[in-house]
Ligand binder design. Structure first.
Ligand SMILES: *[C@@H]1O[C@H](CO)[C@@H](O)[C@H](O)[C@H]1NC(C)=O
Length: 312
């Protein structure tokens, strides 16, 4: 690096997903629809669970917290992406980029621990039903929540500590629609090989670790249910299917990407859209789809909201 024309990068430019007008239009329409739908669906779940005393149980509290986090998932990257779709120059400030990276990693960490808490909750409910309320006490729920946020924050701060002092002197073009940490690091004007390795390993080990814990806990649940009765297994499977679907949706794109033989750039950008837009939209649907209790409570809240609007 010679210091002569050494300009400091103050903003980054996104290439976005596509230059084709048709694809941009499709992206714009679908992302906006899914964004609005997931904000509404997840808000409705949080509102329903907090306002309905019938739903004041650990399972629903965890579900409401997951929906709360999903409100964050949909808001970190997609509003900016939707706003940028038709723009020729999609820019984000250096600070904006750091903020995106920070929240993406906090939220990812919190969501993983919440998924584990939900698996543990189902394990206790199915395998130790008599002790459910003593094991999943309010104190236990709060501990899960606190550890979820602590894990998310520590993970994110560690990731940022690696990169916050990197020198950027151009180029400043990110081939993505958000500040993706590995791509961001590649733009630094220094040797980033080890840094990329550390950051990828940090995220990779954590997600792989959590994924295995989740898979193993669901296998343990099913094996112990089957020992008791095979009729119980099908009943447990129908309760667990929603949880397992969400876990697969959360980790599926990553695993697909990591095991895909020739990583094509476009593929991982489109998987990014899947994570940012589709997953937070699907979670509320999956959890409420076969849950009669939840549907009834939601209908009640909707009716209350409507009659409240009529009065005021
Ligand atoms: C998260 O869970 C806690 C306790 O388990 C509960 O008090 C709180 O209302 C939940 N948060 C949301 C947003 O539902």
């Amino acid at each position: 690096m010679d210091g002569a024309n050494h300009s400091v990068v103050s903003e980054f430019v996104f290439l976005g997903l596509s230059n084709s007008w048709e694809i941009q239009l499709v992206l714009f329409v679908f992302s906006s629809m899914f964004y609005v739908a997931s904000m509404m669906g997840n808000s409705l779940i949080v509102l329903t669970v907090t306002s309905d005393p019938h739903l004041h149980s650990p399972m629903y509290f965890l579900l409401a917290n997951l929906s709360f986090i999903d409100l964050g998932v949909s808001s970190v990257t997609s509003p900016k992406m939707i706003y940028d779709v038709f723009r020729k120059r999609k820019v984000i400030s250096f600070g904006g980029c750091i903020v995106q990276i920070f929240f993406i990693h906090v939220i990812g960490g919190v969501e993983m621990v919440l998924l584990i808490a939900m698996a543990f909750d189902r394990y206790v409910a199915i395998c130790k039903p008599l002790h459910y309320l003593t094991i999943m006490s309010p104190r236990m729920c709060i501990s899960f929540l606190v550890s979820a946020w602590v894990v998310g924050l520590i993970h994110s701060v560690v990731q940022l500590a690696f990169v916050v002092n990197l020198p950027f002197c151009g180029p400043n073009v990110l081939d993505s629609f958000y500040c993706d940490l590995p791509r961001f690091i590649k733009l630094a004007c220094t040797d980033t090989y080890w840094l990329e390795f550390m950051v990828t390993a940090n995220s990779g080990f954590i997600s792989a670790g959590f994924f295995f814990i989740l898979i193993i806990s669901y296998i343990v649940i099913m094996v112990s249910v089957q020992k008791h009765s095979s009729a119980g297994l099908s009943k447990a499977l129908s309760t667990l299917s929603a949880h397992i679907t969400v876990v697969v949706l959360f980790f599926g794109p990553w695993i697909f990407f990591c095991t895909w033989p020739s990583p094509s750039i476009h593929l991982d950008k489109f998987l990014g859209i899947f994570d940012a837009v589709l997953t937070p939209f699907l979670n509320p649907i999956i959890y409420t789809f076969r849950n009669q209790e939840m549907k009834v409570a939601m209908r009640r809240v909707c009716n209350q909201l409507i009659s409240y609007r009529k009065i005021s």
